[in-house]
Ligand binder design. Structure first.
Ligand code: A3P
Length: 298
């Protein structure tokens, strides 16, 4: 039986997954008020006891907000020149481990994070703010939260669920509303948190990289910045095997590529007017905080 936990090196993007015997999708369950799957709760104590360091950088997002994009920007800013071989040989999801993931027969995200040889360690999480291991707060680690508007997040997540057999139905990590608001509130009391938006990255990636650098205390040369900006364009990341997730066995890019469209406003191709109206009503009810504003077009 070909199992989805086989090592990435044995996987070929052209493998026909329709011929494979695939495990069932995991079941969604309520976990302290948030819809989760066992792949992200199984090692809960160990995740909660993760020992963050003061120089760790946590990239936190609700899924599909541009996690990979910002992970790659940071990886290039920090290690593009010192460890170019990492970019060429280690996929981004191993360079920036997914803290809470524990898939069968693969090293857990927490173990990968523990073993990261770099300083700083770049670590990714989709956890809502209340689930983040407390050591990150105690160590005053820097955190970058990336948010994306609800409609494009929903569309992107919908297509991701179609192509990734570890995704339950409908979605994991709970409510988008709770996530973006919970992290926004945290930012009011925790100053080492940089809250950024996918739409701003699309509008002006160079400006957003400048903001990231100023938050992180980095001052890349103009040439270095140019190199990073060029490396992280949608087309370049889509063509790059180390950033396009083509080495991940649970994803079937024939169903929908991980690097799908990379646009703001694709929701207009999916939402009918009849769907958009109740969505907007519900949105108004749930987004009470006037200081947190999203753009659904740029
Ligand atoms: P779409 O499905 O709308 O195309 P995450 O990394 O959090 O899972 O987010 C994935 C989404 O970010 C996908 O959105 C993907 O195409 C988009 N994305 C990734 N890299 C990007 C880039 N360099 N430019 C624009 N969008 C990017």
């Amino acid at each position: 039986m070909q199992h989805y936990s086989m090592t990435p090196s044995t996987f070929d993007q052209d493998l026909d997954m329709s011929q494979m015997e695939l495990p069932p999708r995991p079941t969604l369950f309520d976990f302290h008020g948030v819809s989760m799957i066992k792949h992200v709760t199984e090692n809960w104590d160990s995740i909660q006891n993760f020992k963050a360091r003061p120089d760790d950088i946590l990239i936190a997002t609700y899924p599909k907000a541009g996690t990979t994009w910002v992970s790659y920007i940071l990886d290039l800013l920090y290690f593009g020149q010192t460890f170019p071989e990492r970019q060429a040989s280690i996929p981004i999801h191993e360079r920036v481990p997914f803290l809470e993931i524990s898939a069968p027969s693969r090293p857990s995200g927490k173990d990968l994070a523990d073993q990261l040889p770099t300083t700083p360690r770049l670590i990714k999480t989709h956890l809502p703010v209340q689930f983040v291991p407390k050591s990150f707060w105690e160590q005053n680690s820097r955190i970058i939260y990336v948010a994306r508007n609800a409609k494009d997040s929903a569309v992107s997540y919908f297509h991701f669920n179609r192509m990734n057999i570890t995704q339950p139905e409908p979605v994991v990590f709970g409510s988008w509303y709770d996530h973006v608001n919970g992290w926004w509130e945290k930012k009011q009391t925790y100053s080492n948190l940089h809250y950024m938006f996918y739409e701003d990255l699309i509008e002006d990636c160079g400006r957003e990289i400048d903001r990231l650098c100023s938050f992180l205390g980095l001052s890349p040369s103009a040439e270095e910045k140019e190199r990073v900006t060029n490396g992280v364009t949608f087309d370049n990341m889509k063509a790059n095997k180390m950033t396009n997730y083509s080495s991940v066995p649970v994803m079937n890019h024939r169903v929908s590529p991980f690097m799908r469209k990379g646009k703001v406003g694709d929701w207009k191709n999916h939402f009918t007017v009849a769907q958009d109206e109740p969505f907007e009503e519900d949105y108004k009810q749930k987004m009470k905080n006037p200081t947190l504003k999203f753009r659904t077009e740029v």
